[in-house]
Each structure stands twice: as C-alpha cells, then as structure tokens.
Write a protein that binds this ligand. Structure first.
Ligand code: PNW
Length: 465
C-alpha cells in the first residue's frame, strides 16, 4: 500500500482526451467532407489568426505515435471523438470505408497497448451537408445523429467499452447559437433553446439504439458543468447563484435525470418569447437511464445579485436577454490565478460541483471526461517544457477529486484534457491545453512536465497532498 496521502482505487480509470477536429487534420483526405467547423474556420474573423483544422496535429497520419504517447503515460483509457463526416460523408446513409478503417486502426492500436477506447460520437463537427438542411435547428438532425450512432455501435460496438453521445450540449447550443463564439456562429435565444432540445433528443435516441443492441459497453452524455459560488450568504446572492446553475447545469441535467426543464427558467425564457420545442415522448427519451455521466470541468466563479435589475435594451440580442434572465453579476475575487485562456483556477469549485451532482441527481456514476488548463509555456533552452501552471492545476484538481471521492461521490475515472496541444476552436493554435507540446511547424511532439506528473500519478495510484 502506498504511503501517499492522496490515493485512488486501483481500478480508477486514468487517461487523456482529445477530439477529432482538434487533432486529426486530413480534412479533405480519403473522402472526408466538410463539417460546420471547416466552414466556420474559413469564415474571416471567426477563428483567431485564421487558423483551421486542415492539418491540426495530423493525428490522422500519426496515430501510432499518439497511441505510443498514451502508453508511455500509463493511460488506461483514451477518450477520442469520431468525425461524423469522415465516416459518413453525406451525413446519413453510406459509410466511408477509409474513415471506418482509420478508427478501426486506432481502436486496434489502443487494445494492443492495453488502453480502453472511449468514444465521443459528437464533438461539434456536424457535417456541413446536414447544416445546409437546417442542422441542429432541424429536428431531423436528432434522428440523423441516432442513425449515425447506431451505425457506429454496429461497427465498433464489440471493441469500444465506453461511449459518450454529445460533448457539452451547452456549448453546442448556447455558445454556438446564442453567443456566436462557436460554429455555426448564430446569436439567437430561440435557436439556442431549439438546439439544446434537439441535442438532448439526439442523445436519448442514441441511448435507445444502444440499448436495443444489448451491447456490453457503457453509454452516457458529457455535459460541461460550471460552479457559481454565492458571493455571500445574503439570500439574494444565493438566489443569483441558483439562477446561474439553472442556466448552465440544470437546463441539461434536469431533463436527463428528472425528465423536465427547470420551470422558473423556462418561464423567464417564455416571457422573452423563447420556447422549448418539446413533443410528446421527448422527455421520456431524454431521461432514459444511462450508465455514467461524463463531466467536463474547467472553472467556476462567484455569483452576486445585481443591485439594480438589468434592463433589456430596446432591441436585445440573445446575450442581453440571457443577462436579463440571469440577473446576476459575476465577481472575480482578487487573488485568483488565471490560466492563459483567462479562466480562474478554482479547484474548490470542482469539489463543490461534484458534491452538488451527488446530491442533486442521486449520485450517478461520474467519469471526469475533461479537466485541464491552458498554459502556453513552450520549450526552454534545455528542450523541455516546464509547464508549472498546468502541473499545479492538475495537482490541485486531483486533490479536489480525491476529496469528492472520499465524500462518497461515485467517481470512476478521469481523462485529462488534452493529450496534445491542438486546435483550440475560436482561439486557434494560440491556446495550448496539451500534456504533450506540439510544434505546429514540424508537428514534433514533446512531453511536458505535466505529462510526467500525470504519468507518476497513474503509476503511484496517488500523489502528495
Ligand atoms: C471544451 N466555455 O470546450 C471542449 O470540450 C474542448 O474541445 C476544448 O478544447 C476544451 O473545453 C478547452 O476549451 C469549452 O466558454 C469551450 O465555457 C468553451 C467553454 C467551455 C468548454
């Protein structure tokens, strides 16, 4: 038995995560068709520096090297996503043999290395051809997703033990259709609500298809959660933090676990003319029991009630409406360090949100599908990458995870975001989350200090406090 103070169960699944568009490159190779991210990245002004995922980390051609890195790290699980338009270039119907062969090879390499494959079916790269028919605004896309998922279960069901349907429905809906930061770049509250519902419906339909196949694996969804700590115990601040949690967390988790949307927030939206397009039977599908809940966690903040209510401007855009509904101020507490993407380092929020999930949703089996830090540190003169901020971030969040585990949360594993530096969406290649440094000119991979830190954590089954 190890003498380390912070210890994890021997069967805790440690590993790392990536997503297709962020690492694969080979955007037009072997029959892949464009996704909404190819289009968005090509639209001037959408991605910093005009970066695209055309080449990315070229993992499509360097898959052996990337699996070797995982093996070196000691990973027991690798979470990656399937590019829908690579395996199904028309979004529906025929599959592309070259695309299937790529993932078959990746899965085989993982098994050879003793690493369990964990597949995310949708990490934001909707086939452009489906977007041209309305995309996530079109209810049909939920059915197309389920058909695509069902095909993946058919092809890979025997070799993939862990499946996640949708990555971060909040980002797919609000960040992409209300805030306009991500593809397709819309700014409309009604669109966000429609898309949120259709992504949840897509999830439910895919779970149903998975169950019908009676596969041995596990399936779930991977929402990002946020934490809104009340700025004070003043009832107005506590209420403000609850509204923040409704918006970010409960809007997705309540339908999944309780079969209904949060009522107060729904009423707020309705007053602004925005409605959820629920049809008979939807909520039963969305709340079909799953095997595990994936949680992506990065940061949290303090919520304070505003002293004067937010007034709606005459022609409010989506964000003005959301601001009015939330009616809260986000307070940056002095002394909080930030990562290079500007997000507060707030490990206490990780601990609190895990306890909150335990209490609010009946302690579901949770898998931390993403957690990590943007630290742009590059190679030093010694050729090594001393990413001290990322190491400290992981250390503090692993301690918070351990506290939650000891507090009875049903935590099963953790995949660090991300294995390698990659295409960080609207920020392009300028924001690095990798445990492994990528030189985007030569595509050379160099493990960073954080890689070695995680390697030791996995080998030791724990760490110092
Ligand atoms: C997640 N936000 O994205 C994604 O799942 C990853 O693909 C991404 O690389 C990683 O986190 C780091 O950003 C998010 O604005 C993007 O709250 C934006 C937000 C949250 C998550």
């Amino acid at each position: 038995m190890s003498s380390l103070p912070i210890r994890f169960p021997a069967d805790f699944l440690w590993g790392s995560a990536t997503s297709a568009y962020q690492i694969e490159g080979a955007a037009a190779t072997d029959g892949r068709t464009p996704s909404i991210w190819d289009t968005f990245a090509r639209t001037p002004g959408c991605v910093e520096g005009g970066d695209t995922g055309d080449v990315a980390c070229d993992s499509y051609h360097r898959v052996e090297e990337d699996v070797a890195l995982l093996k070196q790290m000691g990973a027991r699980v690798y979470r990656f996503s399937i590019s829908w338009s690579r395996v199904m270039p028309e979004g529906r119907g025929a599959t592309n043999p070259a695309g299937i062969a790529y993932y078959r090879r990746l899965i085989a390499l993982l098994h050879e290395a003793g690493i369990a494959p964990m597949v995310t079916l949708y990490h934001w790269d909707l086939p452009q051809c489906l977007h041209d028919e309305g995309g996530w605004l079109n209810r049909q896309t939920a059915h197309d997703f389920a058909a695509y998922a069902n095909r993946m279960f058919e092809v890979f069901g025997e070799t993939v033990p862990y499946w996640f349907t949708i990555n971060e429905p909040w980002c797919v809906s609000f960040l992409s259709h209300a805030m306009g930061h991500h593809a397709p770049g819309a700014r409309d509250l009604q669109q966000a609500l429609t898309v949120a519902h259709h992504t949840l419906l897509a999830h439910g339909l895919a779970v149903k298809a998975f169950r019908q196949r009676q596969l041995g694996g596990k399936i779930g969804i991977a929402p990002n959660v946020d934490w809104r700590e009340p700025f004070s115990q003043h009832p107005d601040d506590v209420a403000a933090s609850e509204r923040g949690l409704d918006w970010f967390n409960r809007w997705f988790l309540d339908p999944l676990y309780h079969g209904r949307y949060p009522e107060a927030l729904q009423a707020h939206y309705a007053r602004l003319g925005a409605h959820v397009p629920v049809q008979d039977g939807d909520m039963a599908l969305i709340s079909m029991p799953t095997d595990m809940l994936g949680i992506n966690f990065y940061t949290g903040s303090y919520a304070m009630a505003r002293h004067t209510p937010v007034a709606l401007p005459e022609q409010p855009d989506a964000m003005a409406k959301i601001d009015a509904v939330l009616d809260l101020a986000t307070v940056n507490v002095p002394g909080f360090a930030k990562t290079d993407i500007g997000w507060d380092i707030f490990p206490e929020a990780f601990y609190k949100v895990l306890l909150w999930l335990r209490d609010e949703y009946g302690n579901p089996p949770v898998f931390i599908t993403e957690n990590g830090a943007c630290d742009n540190t590059g190679p030093s003169d010694d050729g090594q990458v001393h990413d001290a901020v990322r190491v400290a971030y992981y250390h503090r969040h692993v301690i918070a995870l351990n506290r939650a585990l000891r507090s009875g949360c049903d935590l099963r594993g953790y995949t660090a975001w991300s294995l390698i530096d990659n295409f960080e969406w609207a920020f392009g290649y300028g924001k690095r989350f990798g445990l492994v440094h990528v030189d985007f000119t030569t595509l050379a991979r160099t493990p960073k200090d954080s890689f070695r830190w995680l390697q030791r954590l996995i080998a030791d089954g724990g760490c110092e406090a």
